[in-house]
Design a protein around this ligand. Structure first.
Ligand code: ZN
Length: 300
């Protein structure tokens, strides 16, 4: 038992070190072994070992030589950004979109289609398959080079089982096992994440929260959601509801929310709520330049 545990700890350690070295090469490469050693505090032997493994997986390659610090010019290692790819999908209230990116997160192909939040889940899943198929085809990459698919979708959802529960703004969805549906079709690892968490991760990796460990993110879109990142990890909270602030009651006499309660923040201030309010006011006879737009919208 004890030896099993220490073996798994050693595996975990190896994996961690490998991930640290790969991240460093990805973010700061091309980089020499000496610079990797300086920044990671790992031994030269460990680094050589990891580099050999990364080479064998085709994740990195030799990319020129650095400045000599007395002896031979050191070999520089860089990421093979186009060795592997990943697909990212966003299921939204008004559109379904997909991108295919390389390992450097450069978008190679993208596709989006308008959708209708009141459609049955099967129709929206069909649209999702179509946009995924399109980006894979457009990018022209082999199936083997795609590492996995990440899906961002409105909550509430169950991260463990990959099931979308009952999103207030997607009325045709009731306990849809989206992760398994997608992985069965594409035979790839699939990760499902709440939209606000996925967006927060994007900000942490590439945007306003880059390099930050503790982040509070507010998604104010058609719905209102939020995400809390504490020490670099999601604070998931009870029922994966950590950071959800859209359905807190702001006004108990307020309008009915899509979740069934009255006066939620989302029922008062979200994109959907603002549009609904403007339409109501115009119908009541308030004169606005928006009247023309609403008339045109309702004709379509
Ligand atoms: Zn609500």
């Amino acid at each position: 038992m004890e030896s099993n545990r220490s073996a798994s700890n050693a595996d975990h350690m190896k994996q961690m070190n490998r991930s640290v070295v790969l991240s460093l090469i990805r973010n700061e490469g091309p980089i020499s072994k000496a610079d990797i050693a300086e920044k990671t505090k790992l031994t030269f032997a460990t680094i050589s070992n990891i580099i050999q493994k990364l080479f064998q997986s085709n994740l990195i390659s030799e990319q020129g030589h650095g400045e000599s610090k007395g002896g031979r010019k050191p070999v520089l290692y860089g990421l093979n950004a186009n060795a592997y790819y990943a697909v990212g999908v966003e299921v939204g209230v008004s559109q379904v979109s997909a991108v295919l990116t390389n390992l450097q997160a450069t978008v190679v192909a993208e596709e989006k289609v308008p959708t209708d939040a009141s459609l049955e889940s099967t129709s929206i899943v069909g649209q999702m398959f179509a946009v995924i198929d399109t980006v894979i085809e457009t990018a022209g990459v082999t199936k083997e080079s795609i590492l996995g698919i990440g899906i961002s979708a409105p909550g509430p959802l169950d991260i463990e089982s990959g099931v979308i529960l009952q999103p207030p703004n997607l009325t045709g969805w009731r306990h849809v096992p989206l992760r398994d549906m997608v992985s069965e079709r594409y035979r790839l690892p699939v990760h499902l994440e709440k939209d606000a968490n996925a967006a927060a991760l994007g900000e942490m990796w590439f945007g306003a929260a880059k390099g930050k460990e503790n982040v509070i993110f507010i998604l104010a879109d058609e719905g209102i959601g939020g995400s809390v990142i504490y020490q670099g990890r999601f604070y998931r909270g009870f029922n994966n509801g950590g950071g959800d602030l859209g359905h807190g009651t702001i006004d108990i006499d307020g309008p009915l929310c899509n979740c069934g309660n009255y006066g939620c923040l989302e029922a008062l201030s979200s994109g959907l709520a603002v549009v609904r309010r403007v339409k109501e006011e115009v119908r009541r006879g308030v004169s606005s330049q928006l009247s023309v737009l609403i008339e045109e919208d309702e004709k379509n």
